[in-house]
Design a protein around this ligand. Structure first.
Ligand SMILES: *Cc1c(COP(=O)(O)O)cnc(C)c1O
Length: 357
């Protein structure tokens, strides 16, 4: 008997829009089809009650970030092409995703990480999925340079977003947004690190418009962290810094295509400060019940900035992409909390006093 509830990954679902054939072995962990959740409280809290705000919860992918969308395709194609090993540089989420899909496919996976700048949960994932993890004494940009060089000298397939299949897989998130809303949003707000995801969404929205699946495409508003805002400043940043370690990138690999996405869509690429990121990060938790990682909150931080300066009108439909799961980085959540966690006597009277009941 055929189950009608069989889980299909995004390659099966969107096969006609992806560079696969019947001969492509599909490596899936059930990625994609993530929720688009409408904000209940933030628009009013910000003073924009007419704002139609939705969050694309990419942290609900199998390894907890949108990277799985590109990785299912990159690893499937690597297997089809006869690869035996894959390699990536990573601020954490790419390595977690690559390790999981490579393991499922029976491939070896090497990951180069910037030592000391990878959130604990992401490192734990890469190790747990059996990758060969190499922390380097250098930042992400250096790690990516080394990966490119190793791939020239040895038979390993690069699965960073310079792998063309990554962005092709990631564009499916835009299809889902259109399908959930029954139209394209007016604006898409998204964090920008290596700048691949903003390009992928733009490809997806453009294609759905061309195919008549949507009558319009959104303006793309991308947000870098101020301490690593290469595109905004128009030059690579030598020592990028930000609390958002997933977007701590000084020389974005998809820089030029991201600028084209911005210009073709009539959008903007701007920056947000770490304080703005953390404010948005907290607000998502306390006002919406959403725990994303700090980097992800750059999308909401940027939306707030652009509502305040009038770049985005308040009477409009906006999707903020929340790229990764907050559980990956419990350290930041704990570090910024002001909640007093001193233990209390296990007695009703003491509890009543502390709880104000
Ligand atoms: C990779 C990543 C980003 C940045 O995406 P780019 O495609 O590099 O711009 C943002 N947030 C999270 C959680 C990520 O893992």
């Amino acid at each position: 008997m055929q189950s009608t509830r069989k889980t299909v990954g995004l390659i099966e679902k969107y096969r006609q829009h992806l560079p696969v054939t019947a001969a492509t072995p599909v490596v899936t962990l059930g990625e994609g089809n993530t929720p688009l959740v409408q904000a209940a409280n933030i628009p009013k809290l910000l003073g924009y009650p007419s704002l139609q705000l939705h969050f694309k919860l990419e942290g609900l992918n199998p390894t907890g970030s949108f990277k799985d969308r590109g990785m299912t395709l990159a690893i499937s194609k690597a297997v089809e092409d006869g690869a035996k090993a894959v390699i990536c540089a990573s601020t954490g989420n790419t390595s977690a995703s690559a390790a999981a899909f490579a393991t499922k496919a029976g491939l070896k996976c090497y990951v180069l990480l910037p030592h000391g700048y990878v959130a604990l949960g992401k490192l734990a994932q890469a190790i747990h999925y059996g990758a060969i993890v190499v922390p380097i004494l250098g930042n992400f940009d250096r790690a990516l340079d080394l990966v490119r060089e190793l791939a020239e000298q040895t038979p390993v397939t690069v699965v960073n977003s310079i792998n063309p299949y990554r962005l092709e897989g990631q564009k499916t998130a835009a299809f889902e947004v259109v399908e959930h809303l029954d139209r394209a949003p007016d604006y898409l707000c998204i964090p920008v690190g290596n700048a691949g995801n903003i390009c992928a969404y733009w490809r997806g929205f453009k294609l759905y418009k061309e195919l008549g699946m949507a009558s319009s495409a959104p303006r793309m508003h991308g947000f870098e962290a101020e301490g690593s805002a290469a595109i905004v400043q128009g030059k690579p940043i030598k020592n990028p810094e930000t609390i958002g370690t997933a977007i701590r990138i000084g020389n974005p690999a998809s820089w030029k295509e991201a600028e084209r996405a911005r210009d073709e869509s009539g959008g903007q690429i701007d920056s947000v400060t770490d304080d703005e990121i953390l404010k948005a990060y907290k607000m998502l938790g306390t006002a919406e019940g959403i725990f994303c990682e700090p980097s992800s909150a750059a999308s909401l931080a940027g939306l707030i900035k652009h509502l305040e300066n009038g770049t985005i009108p308040q009477n409009t439909t906006v999707v903020c992409v929340l790229t990764g799961n907050g559980l990956k980085d419990p350290d930041t959540a704990q570090k910024i909390t002001t909640v007093d966690l001193t233990p209390v006597d296990a007695e009703i009277a003491a509890l009543k006093k502390v709880m104000g009941l």
